[in-house]
Design a protein around this ligand. Structure first.
Ligand SMILES: *Cc1c(COP(=O)(O)O)cnc(C)c1O
Length: 399
């Protein structure tokens, strides 16, 4: 008989429900919410031993907290990576994963197609500290080969990218990076831990906005960084402890409960997205429909090599620019106008005026984000209702 006490022997659904569960002496079935900033000790010696790292136990919730630890452990078991650290937001995760390892004189290579705030951190903040940054077109393997030179210390990519759904060849990029000793950090938000396992392709550090599919019900912000013991000890541990990026125990509790239903929600959302993408592509009234799960996505084969499904996000270009895009949004009757994604509710946004507004217009156009571009995050409603809503709205974009 196999020993079922070892969580690494569990199948995915079991990990999602039971990973990291720690029960108090009361034996509560649900994970307990420890809303406490600090912890009291039975003796001064206990406090001293915990501060010296000689005894296990909690000291202060900026460093760790039992509810946060349950979320982190569940994420680590799920991703099969040794360390998970939870952060207040996805952007805190991205910023900490990069800043903890960088110093003046380093060189960062990143993909151009990034979530707006990620691009701001990489392009505007990091260069202020004497760190060289080069941005490359993520889908162009030759460009990565040219850019990842000796002296490159860190590579940052997002795949599929927000909102254009460009896919980066992770095996190619990791191979180049490791030849020169660089660390590869991947923002895996769009794929989620269930659809794409970056470590299988050689990625060193994985970051999430847990605000998206992991909560998936529009309630809280959160993030997570996954890495090796070595990266944690060399870079992340002290940086996180002293800069205070940690998530609140309340938000961690919401997220640990969110993980319990992640597989169910994601499976249905991906099915719905595939159905809606087919409708949009067959409709004929759109200039472009991008969905990695469809054979007409320019990088479909690579996407399907790296991901087990096309995901939950569809990006379209409507003819008629911003006016037509706004008209479509304003005539929707079920789908909300909202810039979040991965939610149970289907949400649609106009990236050029919202999530990607901070990017220079020329750079936006280079990424393929035009005035007619709309991003649709498909939720858990009946897909036929979503299709009928889109159908009636598409009928009115002509004005
Ligand atoms: C939303 C998002 C983030 C930022 O996450 P927050 O939780 O909003 O801080 C980072 N990367 C990607 C790809 C995202 O979609």
């Amino acid at each position: 008989m196999t020993d079922k006490k070892d969580p690494s022997s569990w199948r995915l659904a079991t990990k999602l429900v039971r990973g990291g569960l720690m029960r108090s002496e009361f034996g509560e079935t649900a994970e307990a919410m420890y809303l406490t900033s600090g912890f009291a000790y039975d003796a001064a010696e206990t406090a001293a031993a915990r501060f010296a790292g000689e005894a296990d136990g909690f000291t202060y919730s900026r460093l760790s907290n039992p509810t946060v630890a349950m979320f982190e452990e569940r994420m680590a078991i799920l991703e099969d990576m040794p360390v998970a650290k939870a952060t207040a937001t996805g952007m805190a995760a991205v910023t900490a994963a990069l800043m903890c390892q960088l110093k003046a004189g380093d060189r960062v290579v990143a993909s151009k197609a990034l979530f707006g705030s990620c691009r701001y951190v990489v392009e505007q903040i990091i260069p202020r500290f004497g760190i060289e940054v080069e941005l490359v077109h993520g889908g162009d393997n030759e460009a990565w080969t040219k850019a990842i030179t000796s002296g490159t210390t860190t590579v940052f990519v997002e795949t599929p990218a927000n909102p254009t759904l460009d896919v980066v060849d992770l095996t190619h990029v990791c191979g180049l990076a490791h030849e020169v000793g660089a660390t590869v950090v991947v923002d895996n938000v769009f794929a989620t831990p269930l659809l794409q396992r970056p470590a299988d392709f050689g990625v060193d550090v994985v970051v999430y906005s847990a605000t998206k599919h992991i909560d998936g019900q529009g309630r809280v912000l959160g993030g997570c960084i996954l890495c090796s013991e070595q990266f944690f000890e060399d870079h992340l541990n002290q940086y996180m402890r002293h800069t205070g990026q940690i998530i609140s125990p309340f938000n961690a509790w919401v997220l640990v409960k969110g993980l319990e239903t992640l597989e169910l929600r994601l499976t249905r959302m991906c099915e719905n997205a595939a159905k809606v993408a087919d409708f949009l592509a067959d409709h004929g009234g759109l200039d472009r429909v991008l969905y990695p799960g469809r054979a007409d996505h320019p990088q479909h084969e690579l996407a399907m090599r790296q991901m087990s499904s096309g995901g939950t996000v569809i990006t379209v270009d409507v003819p008629g620019g911003r006016d037509a895009a706004f008209r479509l949004l304003n005539t929707l009757q079920i789908i909300d106008i909202s810039n979040n994604l991965g939610d149970a509710k289907s949400l649609m946004t106009h990236p050029a005026s919202t999530t990607h507004r901070a990017i220079e217009e020329a750079d936006r156009l280079e990424l393929g984000i035009i005035e007619g571009t709309l991003r649709l995050s498909v939720g858990l409603e009946d897909p036929d209702d979503l299709i009928e809503d889109l159908d009636q709205a598409l009928g009115r974009i002509g004005g």
